[in-house]
Design a protein around this ligand. Structure first.
Ligand code: BGC
Length: 755
């Protein structure tokens, strides 16, 4: 039976209430035994359980129980498959029930602003729509078992360098359009039971004390109902935090801060109701877990197989000049230690003590194949075994193909620090380049959590990106290489040619105190598109062993308006000779240039399975929000009336079906009218244009009448006048003698009353 939380709170002392707002130890909350309130365990996440029975730490150093390591978010986001990720969440929810874990700390959805962020492997995308959709699916899966999730790190935690002190200096428009929507979508579609606020400051205010972030946006705008927990140690001033909307401080060691909360209530600085509200929000989540305990068994063997299956859907075939899939019975040579010891997860708090790890080599042998193997280079440092290299160069020509297993060493990608560059270890590049001189049939299989520069990409016929694919990565790699599974992942991030092409390059990572997000909304493909810049692999790119055709985009109506929805349909045909899955992507482009907008933005996607020759129609629905930008003056989303293009394709750089739709809004943009308002702004706004035009016409004719004899081409004069006046503030009407100060004040009043 559900417990009466309000009654319980009324029976608590202030000290007891305050104590519930801070952890007991690294992973547990405090108890109030007298009232039968137990302790609850929270645990990392997100791609498997890091349940530490003793010796808690947040950097993945001490041991945790053996658990199943699923693919990291860099991989799962590339699946573009909501159902798949729901399924992964469902399994993790079951595992939590089996292990008595109330909360799993994830998913992590910070936007990949720079390819260098050390935790990009744990994050989903450079695109907020994709990140939000995948996060919502994961949350719904986990929470279907009444286990809480903690979507993190809210917000603008896009680097590891100085993550605990840096202030992300970022415009509200960029926050609303790029850095917040993944959280917003998750809240609106999945109501995560908890959200983890980040370490960093945003525009000078710590996230854990940021009322705008934790209350105005999260609760008031989006309707978040759960509780806010700090990232581990992200409290500077708990009282300020509670006032801003923070509920729970983790980890433990919080007695001093609990006492400060009590003192703040006693001194009248903090209303006791604010503390009550935190307790209520926290207990609601934990009691819900208590009331829905399931008899689950953590079946590691079964979940291991699921982890491998998920990875099959995530890997991205970056390039294929016909060398893949490999032929059963062909003569192949595997090179690189990653073939025998895969790199399948990143470092830090998400690090799992994996149950069992499959390598590509062991999986291929288990499947009855017998590739030869030369180690060539180690997985954990930038060196070559020179003897192996000599052996390789001699033997390579005798094989049908050589498969190089390349990737980033563990030490390079981790929580706590960022990468220094975007390169693979030089020794791996050297080996691949040397190999290409003696054998053209080279396949490169990559294991890394973020893009790397690929100097040899034009010469290597086939490149398969496994990302950090979880403990079943070996099996998945084998099936994909030999065509037992057809690759269907698509990139959730752009791969630039080189690091310096990235829009954050000159402002990353800033100083320990400040990092400027000067590129604003132009993150990832939004920037490369705007600059028409060639990239190595575009956002959304991903190949298959079959081929698809996306065509015939149509809408269910020609125009739509505020609060209405538009359904877009597209046909997709498998034009090849194998079954496979295609990701149909829908982008929206504003055609009415009122403010600077990205060339196009992802607003829909569907993954669809097709037999050879089969055609299906997929459906995606958008609303006015999909057409909107965030107007900082209006402090709201705004889609101007006009035409919008709808673009469908299998990648952001491969659009094959297009249409347009007209949008009509009754909302008008915000216009600040004062003596600094430019004439052009007044003339563009349908509310103020007639007032201003009428008045000016009267003034002009009076002026012309008094300057008898002035003649000329009136139309041309008017055009010139208009062009000159566009950026002329109203106050200059005085300087140029058009009116006096008093008349100007009257004009401002008239214009304001027209709004
Ligand atoms: C990380 C979080 C993690 C927490 C607990 C922090 O350092 O930023 O993502 O959930 O530790 O391990």
């Amino acid at each position: 039976m559900a417990r009466d939380i309000k009654k319980l709170i009324s029976e608590m002392t202030l000290e007891e209430k305050a104590s519930l707002l801070g952890g007991a130890d690294f992973w547990h909350t405090k108890t109030v035994e007298r009232l039968g309130i137990g302790s609850y365990m929270l645990s990392d996440g997100p791609h498997g359980l890091r349940k530490q029975e003793e010796g808690g730490d947040h950097l993945g150093i001490n041991d945790s129980i053996q658990a199943v390591c699923f693919p990291a978010a860099c991989a799962t986001a590339s699946s573009y498959d909501r159902e798949l990720i729901y399924g992964m969440g469902d399994v993790i929810g079951r595992e939590c029930q089996a292990e008595n874990l109330s909360t799993v700390l994830g998913p992590a959805v910070c936007i990949k602003r720079s390819p260098l962020c050390g935790r990009n492997f744990e994050y989903m995308s450079e695109d907020p729509y994709l990140a939000g959709e995948m996060a919502a699916a994961y949350i719904n899966g986990v929470q279907s078992h009444h286990v809480a999730t903690s979507i993190k790190h809210y917000a603008a935690n896009n680097q590891e360098t100085a993550r605990m002190s840096v202030s992300a200096e970022v415009s509200e428009r960029a926050l609303r359009e790029i850095y917040l929507p993944a959280f917003e979508t998750a809240v609106k579609k999945a109501q995560p039971k908890t959200i983890m606020c980040s370490y960093n400051k945003i525009n000078g205010v710590y996230s854990s004390e940021n009322k705008w972030l934790l209350t105005d946006v999260l609760r008031k705008d989006w309707g978040f109902e759960g509780f806010v927990v700090t990232d581990w140690g992200a409290v500077a001033d708990r009282v300020k935090g509670v006032m801003a909307g923070l509920d729970l401080e983790m980890p433990g060691n919080t007695a001093e801060n609990d006492a400060l909360v009590v003192e703040a209530v006693r001194s009248g600085k903090l209303p006791e109701e604010a503390v009550d509200a935190c307790v209520e929000r926290i207990l609601r989540v934990f009691f819900d877990f208590d009331e829905h305990r399931e008899q689950q068994v953590f079946d590691r063997e079964k979940d291991h197989a699921i982890a491998a299956k998920i990875e099959e859907e995530c890997a991205v075939l970056l390039k294929n000049d016909g060398l893949l899939p490999l032929r059963a019975g062909g003569k192949y040579l595997y090179v690189g230690e990653y073939a025998e010891k895969p790199r399948y997860q990143g470092g830090g708090s998400s690090h799992i003590n994996s149950y069992r790890v499959d390598s590509a080599l062991s999986a291929s042998r288990a499947a009855g194949r017998s590739p030869d193997y030369i180690k060539g280079f180690p997985m954990d440092s930038d060196t070559l075994y020179e003897e192996d290299l000599a052996k390789l160069l001699q033997a390579a020509p005798d094989y049908d193909a050589v498969v190089v297993f390349a990737g980033l060493p563990d030490i390079i990608e981790s929580e706590g620090y960022d990468r220094k560059d975007m390169k693979l270890p030089a020794s791996q590049n050297r080996l691949i380049e040397a190999l290409l001189r003696v054998q053209k049939n080279v396949v490169v299989v990559l294991s890394n959590g973020a893009p790397v520069e690929l100097p040899w990409a034009d010469e290597v016929p086939s490149i398969l990106e496994m990302y950090l694919g979880g403990e079943g990565v070996g099996q998945a790699t084998d099936k994909l290489l030999f065509g037992e599974v057809n690759p269907s992942g698509h990139l959730a991030e752009t791969w630039p040619m080189k690091l310096s092409d990235n829009p954050s390059f000159i402002n990353f990572p800033g100083t320990p105190r400040r990092v400027s997000y000067a590129e604003g909304i132009y993150v990832g493909y939004r920037y490369y598109d705007a600059k028409e810049m060639p990239v190595r692999y575009a956002f959304g790119h991903g190949l298959s062993y079959t081929s698809f055709e996306i065509s015939n985009l149509r809408c269910d109506r020609e125009a739509f308006g505020d609060g209405e929805q538009l359904t877009v349909r597209v046909d997709v045909k498998n034009t090849g000779d194998r079954s496979g899955k295609e990701v149909v992507q829908l982008y929206v482009a504003a055609k009415n240039g009122t403010v600077a907008r990205p060339v196009k933005e992802l607003k829909g996607f569907v993954k669809v399975a097709l037999q050879p020759g089969e055609t299906k129609t997929v459906e995606m629905t958008i609303d006015d929000r999909a057409l909107s930008y965030y107007d900082e003056d209006l402090r709201d989303w705004y889609a101007p009336s006009g035409e919008y293009a709808l673009l469908a394709g299998d990648s952001s750089d491969h659009i094959t079906a297009e249409g347009t739709v007209r949008f009509e809004t009754k909302k008008l943009p915000y216009l600040a009218v004062d003596t600094d308002t430019n004439v052009g702004e007044l003339l563009k706004d349908p509310r103020t244009a007639p007032v201003f035009q009428q008045l000016m016409a009267a003034r002009m004719s009076a002026a012309n009448a008094s300057q008898d004899g002035i003649s000329g081409d009136e139309a041309q004069d008017q055009a010139m006048m208009q062009a000159m006046m566009e950026y002329m503030p109203l106050k200059s009407l005085i300087s140029f003698g058009v009116m006096n100060r008093e008349q100007l004040q009257g004009l401002v009043q008239m214009l304001r009353s027209a709004l």
